[in-house]
Design a protein around this ligand. Structure first.
Ligand SMILES: NC(=O)c1ccc[n+]([C@@H]2O[C@H](COP(=O)([O-])OP(=O)(O)OC[C@H]3O[C@@H](n4cnc5c(N)ncnc54)[C@H](O)[C@@H]3O)[C@@H](O)[C@H]2O)c1
Length: 438
């Protein structure tokens, strides 16, 4: 078995968030500060509250993940980032209206002290936003270099060895992989020539990798999911992952679809719709940004149900996903799923799911887990696409030679076995044979 050497923790971990003043970022930061002060528990965070079984089931050994693998402590994180509006994280959290006054006050001082650096932004890629606090540069290459300088000065300012970058900024318009994304040479030339298929999120991804910082993409935008950028990450020994935090409706889908398949229940149709009224909802109201999100949400069921292997059950189902911008709900999204299924002798049945969730409350712990696992991956010498973290993404990045894994429980098994492997423990296969469990 290949064994890993994990670099020892040395000093604090720098965290740079793109979209520092968004609903997710401000909710995440307020939570981390409350946790650091002992005023809240990290509910929803796998790294902080999750356990991992070691050895046989009868050994009864279930350490907390954070005690099993050497993760950076939540107390050792230093934050910064970029946004396109010049306001503190406190003002951003007030605008987002996710948290009540008490939770805001608990973190007020820290949130007020965090201000973003100017972002790289172009309205061509996010039609519904206007950037008032943005970097200027003649070419996309110049802008990328400015982002690199920001990362360097953040490291110097806080005397940091390690930095991770996470994209929690708005969803960009749909871009598919083209020639300019295929090789590093074409991509660099494209940045210098202001190629229209190079969006700001790709510049952040490239700059982070160039600075040796893992880059994780929480939006469905292409960003780091371009062959040239992945190739660059491999070359630089930098872990990357994405896309699109798996939080609400898709999280539920990746549990229900495996259930249908496990029982060989057929599917006639799956209609998902939801209402939300935060800024993300406003951005997704633009058809270009919605298309990016739609592609990410649609791929899930097909990949779990494998219609090509089960044509009688899943060969012809109708799948529709709608997102409706509805301001009165703010961040408190409501999702409805109507699932038309069929069983023995083709008799029809229905499942109805009504999820009254809170977008940023579901996303915040994922941000924390990704930051800590990204740093662990880097310290362990892992590089390129980290598909063991697909648990956290709606549309997990994967190499060309494998299909993505969407089933939440398989994703969880992958993640935990990766942690076991990192710590030189045997993977758990859940095989029972003659009373011997492997
Ligand atoms: N909340 C969820 O459940 C969830 C789930 C999956 C994905 N996402 C994605 O996460 C992202 C953030 O969501 P949110 O609700 O916090 O959105 P938000 O609109 O509240 O925040 C986005 C922030 O990004 C900033 N921004 C936009 N373009 C930028 C750029 N080029 N550089 C720097 N800053 C930029 C905006 O000014 C804003 O402050 C979105 O892409 C969303 O689709 C959210």
């Amino acid at each position: 078995m290949e064994s890993y050497t994990i670099q020892k923790l040395n000093g604090k971990l720098g965290v740079l968030i793109v979209g520092l003043n968004g609903a997710i970022s401000s909710t995440f930061l307020a939570g981390v500060f409350a946790i650091q002060k002992g005023l809240a528990k990290p509910i929803g965070s796998l790294t902080q509250m999750g356990t991992v079984r070691i050895g046989k089931r009868s050994d009864n050994n279930f350490p907390l993940i954070k005690d099993f693998v050497p993760l950076t402590s939540v107390d050792d994180l230093i934050f910064g980032g970029w946004d396109i509006r010049d306001e503190s994280c406190y003002e951003a959290a007030q605008y987002a209206k996710v948290l009540n006054e008490n939770d805001l006050n608990n973190a007020a001082e820290e949130l007020k002290s965090i201000k973003p650096m100017k972002g790289v932004f172009d309205q061509t890629y996010v039609k519904r936003l206007t950037g008032t606090y943005v970097k200027e540069g003649k070419t996309k290459y110049d802008l990328m270099m400015k982002l690199r300088e920001d990362i360097q000065s953040f490291k110097t300012q806080h005397s940091l060895d390690r930095v991770v970058v996470i994209w929690a900024a708005s969803t960009e318009t749909f871009i598919s992989v083209g020639e300019v994304h295929k090789t590093k040479e074409a991509f660099i030339k494209g940045m210098k020539n202001n190629h229209p298929e190079i969006s700001p999120s790709m510049l952040y991804a490239y700059a982070s990798i160039a600075e040796g910082a893992p880059y994780f993409n929480g939006s469905p935008s292409l960003s780091v999911d371009a062959p040239a950028i992945v190739e660059f990450a491999n070359e630089m020994g930098v872990p990357v992952a994405g896309k699109d935090f798996k939080t609400g409706q898709t999280l539920v889908k990746t549990v229900i679809a495996p259930m249908l398949k496990a029982r060989l229940l057929g599917l006639n149709g799956w209609f998902s719709t939801n209402i939300l009224g935060n800024r993300d909802g406003e951005v997704l109201d633009d058809p270009g940004s919605f298309k990016t999100k739609e592609e990410s949400k649609l791929s899930v069921i097909d990949s779990i149900l494998q219609p090509e292997l089960y044509p009688d059950l899943y060969g012809t189902y109708y799948h529709k996903v709608r997102i409706n911008y509805y301001p009165p709900r703010g961040d408190n999204k409501e999702g409805w799923d109507n699932i038309d299924i069929f069983g023995w002798l083709g008799y029809p049945m229905q499942l109805k799911i009504n999820f009254l969730c809170r977008d940023s409350i579901l996303a915040a712990p994922i941000v924390l887990d990704l930051i800590l696992f990204a740093d662990l991956a880097k310290r362990s010498g892992m590089k390129g696409i980290q598909d063991w973290m697909s648990l956290f993404f709606k549309s997990p990045m994967h190499s060309d030679d494998v299909v993505p894994e969407h089933d939440l429980f398989i994703q969880m098994m992958k993640l935990k076995n990766t942690l076991r492997k990192l710590m030189n423990e045997s993977p758990i296969t859940h095989l029972d044979s003659n009373g011997i469990e492997h």
